[in-house]
Design a protein around this ligand. Structure first.
Ligand SMILES: Cc1cc2nc3c(=O)[nH]c(=O)nc-3n(C[C@H](O)[C@H](O)[C@H](O)COP(=O)(O)OP(=O)(O)OC[C@H]3O[C@@H](n4cnc5c(N)ncnc54)[C@H](O)[C@@H]3O)c2cc1C
Length: 361
């Protein structure tokens, strides 16, 4: 607002141009210029700003808005990964090519590609990323409700604290692995996937936005390791570990007990490595590999949600329930062990990146 209390002219914000995007071409993305001299409200070059709320509370307001937006980005990334997976699944069930490695007879007709184990591997991976990401987004959406509607103040506070820790993961994990599901969908379609005759290349392009907007993955990593897991004396991380171990305890006496034990060990190690990172005595060292920490924590959380889904199938044997069990097993066998490589790096307080000066890049 101007000194004289008037609102200035209407055109203080200038539409400089449109951005030509890699994906999301169905929506317009504008380049706006604020107060760079194109207009002179009140006789001075600039733009008119309006204070919303109280002074010096802007970042708090921004985070209030951003937190739900971050979960929304994660949900969108999971959904885009999901549709890529479903298109690839349908294609794999009809496209014929090649024969099983055990069949050397050139006279045998080619099989549908879904019969090749490598294609099933890609579909199972995509399913585990898409449905794992969706589970994470839906769980966080429930916490958004519960922090307002839970019956007791203790439960509302609990939902709030859990959400604080999970929000950077809910934003970043589906944004990282949803595009991988779409990348695998292109791979399942082979050369056809690289053409515009099929929608999977578009899903990939669209989904590539999600690790960028509403805070890049690097920023989410700094938020998680730099703020969320140390806030309130580490209460958020402790609550997450407690919530996960409540699930693993329910696996006792089921076929999932072994996977649950691995998850328990990984959760305990994540806590120990967090303490080691913060014992470094230098935040630059602690935070140097914050993105690796974010990825490791994300895999632990999604492994937990896959265990939840596996336990929820109970004794049901439909293809849907068997599919859930297969994807849970896939995630625990193929993905969760990768966390230990990242935890090894973090535990050693690795300085490779920190000590590489710009001139060596
Ligand atoms: C299609 C599209 C739509 C968008 N829509 C909106 C919108 O509606 N409203 C809106 O406000 N914005 C919007 N944005 C902007 C978006 O939020 C930003 O692009 C995003 O937050 C990243 O900021 P930046 O582009 O300035 O990148 P930069 O901040 O320049 O980041 C570049 C790189 O540097 C890294 N980096 C930056 N700072 C740090 C740091 N402190 N520590 C470690 N690494 C760092 C980042 O992780 C990234 O890898 C949109 C962007 C796109 C592409």
């Amino acid at each position: 607002m101007r000194d004289d209390g008037s609102l200035g002219e209407r055109n203080d914000v200038v539409l400089t141009g449109l951005n030509h995007k890699m994906g999301y071409r169905g929506t317009t993305n504008t380049l706006l210029t604020f107060g760079e001299g194109a207009h002179t409200p009140g006789g001075r070059a600039g733009a008119v700003g309006f204070l919303v709320g109280e002074e010096h509370r802007g970042l708090t307001y921004m985070f209030h808005m951003m937190n739900e937006a971050r979960i929304g980005v994660g949900a969108g990334a999971a959904a885009l990964g999901y549709t890529g997976y479903l298109h690839a699944l349908e294609y794999a069930r009809t496209r014929t090519q090649g024969r099983p490695p055990t069949d050397r007879d050139p006279g045998t007709p080619p099989v549908r590609i879904v019969e090749h184990t490598d294609v099933r591997r890609m579909l199972l991976a995509a399913k585990s990323y898409a449905e794992g990401g969706l589970a994470l987004a839906l769980y966080c959406a429930r916490l958004v409700d519960e922090e307002l509607t839970a019956g007791s103040s203790t439960d509302r506070a609990r939902a709030h604290l859990l959400l604080e820790v999970l929000t950077p993961i809910a934003k970043s994990w589906p944004s990282q692995w949803g595009p991988v599901a779409d990348d695998l969908a292109i791979q399942v379609l082979g050369g056809a996937g690289y053409t515009r005759d099929h929608p999977v290349e578009q899903f990939y392009r669209d989904n590539r936005l999600n690790p960028i907007h509403e805070g890049t993955a690097g920023i989410q990593g700094l938020d998680l390791l730099g703020r969320k897991v140390v806030m309130e004396g580490g209460a958020g991380l402790a609550l997450l570990a407690e919530t996960i171990t409540a699930t693993t305890a329910r696996a006792a006496g089921t076929e999932w007990v072994g996977l649950a034990a691995d998850l328990d060990a990984t959760v305990a190690r994540l806590g120990a490595v967090t303490a080691t990172l913060w014992s470094a005595g230098d935040p630059a060292v602690t935070l140097a590999n914050a993105t690796a920490y974010l990825e490791a924590a994300g895999h632990v959380v999604v492994a937990w949600l896959w265990l939840e889904q596996a336990l929820a199938t109970g004794a049901q044997t439909s293809d849907f329930h068997q599919g859930k069990r297969a994807a849970a097993r896939y995630f625990h066998r193929y993905e969760l062990p990768k966390v230990h490589t990242q935890l090894d790096l973090l535990e050693s307080l690795d300085r490779t990146v920190l000590d590489t000066p710009e001139t060596w890049l």
